[in-house]
Design a protein around this ligand. Structure first.
Ligand code: FES
Length: 155
């Protein structure tokens, strides 16, 4: 088989070989650059969901308040502080306090005052969130830390 060369002295076979080699090198370069990007997280962590509330003395026994922006209910009874999320465990609507606990306006779930489900479709009770002391003696709610139902911060 003859290997004709064009006016630049390159045969069709040489042209295709060089083209294939060039494509291979470009693909390997792209894979290498992509490989360096892999170890880095592509999703950056969100802002902290620790809420410092300050001096516990600001919250007398009997406190029952909603932290509106954070969608958290904060309570203080004779045993201590506790926090319950206002986010419904069904599809994430915000529950409201009612006389006998909490109610979800979206699909009718009802929760007891301690957050356990009284009526579905919510699959589980409202989450209890960690309440702790800050180094300066204040009270803090961490919305990223779930605690067992009934866990209270004794002050
Ligand atoms: S989101 Fe609360 S019952 Fe559906």
């Amino acid at each position: 088989m003859s290997d004709k060369k064009n006016e630049n002295g390159i045969s069709r076979r040489e042209f295709l070989t060089k083209g294939a080699l060039g494509s291979f090198l470009v693909a390997m370069g792209g894979a290498t650059v992509g490989g360096f990007a892999l170890p880095k997280p592509t999703v950056s962590p969100g802002p902290s969901r620790r809420y410092k509330l300050g001096d516990p003395g600001k919250f007398p026994v009997g406190t029952a308040m909603k932290m509106d922006k954070e969608n958290i209910f904060l309570f203080r009874d004779v045993e201590g502080f506790y926090a319950i999320t206002a986010v419904c465990t069904h599809l994430g609507c915000i529950v409201v306090r009612v006389d006998d606990g909490f109610a979800c306006p979206c699909h009718g779930s009802r929760f007891a005052p301690d957050g356990h489900v009284v009526e579905g479709p919510a699959p589980r009770g409202l989450l209890w969130l960690e309440v702790s002391r800050t180094p300066d003696g204040g009270v803090m709610v961490d919305a990223d830390v779930e605690v067992d139902l009934g866990t209270k911060l004794v002050v």
